[in-house]
Design a protein around this ligand. Sequence first.
Ligand SMILES: Cc1cc2nc3c(=O)[nH]c(=O)nc-3n(C[C@H](O)[C@H](O)[C@H](O)COP(=O)(O)OP(=O)(O)OC[C@H]3O[C@@H](n4cnc5c(N)ncnc54)[C@H](O)[C@@H]3O)c2cc1C
Length: 474
Amino acid sequence: MPGDSWAATDRMNARRTNWAGNITFSAERFHRPASAGELQRLVAGTRRIRALGTGHSFSRIADCPGDLVSVAGLPKVIQIDPGRATVTVSAGLRYGELAERLNEAGWALRNLGSLPHISVAGACATGTHGSGDANGNLATAVSALELVTADGDIVLLSRDSDAAALAGAVVGLGALGIVTSLTLDLVPAFAIRQYVYQGLPRDQLDEHLESIFASGYSVSLFTDWRGPKIRQVWRKCLAGERDPGLPGPGRWLGAELADGPRHPVPGMSAVHCTEQRGVLGPWQLRLPHFRPEFTPGSGAELQSEYLVPREHAIEALAAVGRIRGRVAPALQISEIRTVAADDLWLSPSYQRPSVAIHFTWIRDPEAVAPALAAIEDQLAPFGARPHWGKLFSVSPAVLGGLYQRLPDFQRLRGEFDPAGKFGNELVDSYVPASRPPATSRPADRQLRPGQPTASARARPAHRGQFRTGRCAPQ
Ligand SMILES: Cc1cc2nc3c(=O)[nH]c(=O)nc-3n(C[C@H](O)[C@H](O)[C@H](O)COP(=O)(O)OP(=O)(O)OC[C@H]3O[C@@H](n4cnc5c(N)ncnc54)[C@H](O)[C@@H]3O)c2cc1C
């Protein structure tokens, strides 16, 4: 178990900044309850509160002017149900920790993001994704979730009994409550190998984009937008798939098989990267780009990402290419991935098979801001949806037009959190709650932590629709 790097993230949380250090959280108090009851009392007794995962978001999405709470101190749960092929996990668990345990038990998640250090709840809340034509984002694995709502009650939403609300709540931006556990779909454990190719000519990409992304279970392209070639293609292929690297001269569509391990960012050592060169290994040590035991606890970078409909991929890439002179100086590297369509209301890949165009910037907000604005202008005609956890500057009006189910989410927010307890500046500007009629709105109240009032124990208005677990703070 890579204990050191997990501890590094904990130290980062103790510093009260996000991973990149570009955000100092404005919360007055930080909490790490050790039991569900403690969390329930805290939520019931606090006027403004939000959950903080592992703090890997670059946007202000996790911030809160009142209280921030981490659920990482709640008892760790990893409960596999082999009959249903699911696992129920505590929300604060990191994918790296979970994946090891799943693999030992013969199970796998269908996909992972590039970094194993992020929490399950935090990743799902923002629609975090990996790559793969047939792979939805990580939130698509969620079949149930349990959350502490505004008055301290615990609500369970499941695909079986509350499919619509679950579809709204999974990519929930932390705006509906504090998630305490999630149930995830599993597949049998699988082995995978990854190959890195270098120098894919740009015209080959335009001509063969579909087959390039179809050439592996998960495929990522890396470019710095500086030259006529895509710097690297990372192909992650299932053990049973035709071995793409061998036999042969090691050339593919004009790109060359790398003769040693590579890091996506030019000039950086590949020692932190997962094993390459076609060495077969378990899914959790090949799907992320970075090894769990080595990733640093903070990083000198900023990130942005935009998801565009798959059918516009070539035009969208060409549009970014036209402003390469404005992008490249602030850029470390860009990654291009594919994400399957889903039905999660606030997912950037909602009902759109997508191409995700990602930018790892230098950590210089002033240099990044104009590049970001230029990219957003270029990608606007394609209805590009920004990643919720990364930097973006599109206006609430524009973003609102990109999400058909936004009004439904706003209603859900109004229903779950009528007093806006879980709001923050970002969430309130992009997804303001639709308030229920004043007569049915519970009074905004300030309770003492650990001393919920009788009304905090009462059945909330919306709970009639959802299965509930322990309903009163204990
Ligand atoms: C180095 C690096 C690599 C990355 N790679 C990828 C990648 O490959 N793909 C990708 O899509 N993204 C990637 N990201 C972005 C990252 O996955 C997201 O920002 C993700 O949300 C971070 O998870 P977190 O646990 O740190 O959440 P945080 O940043 O702490 O919080 C994010 C949101 O989740 C909410 N939240 C957290 N916990 C809970 C809870 N228990 N209940 C309710 N809401 C909760 C917060 O309130 C907040 O709104 C990367 C980020 C970094 C720093």
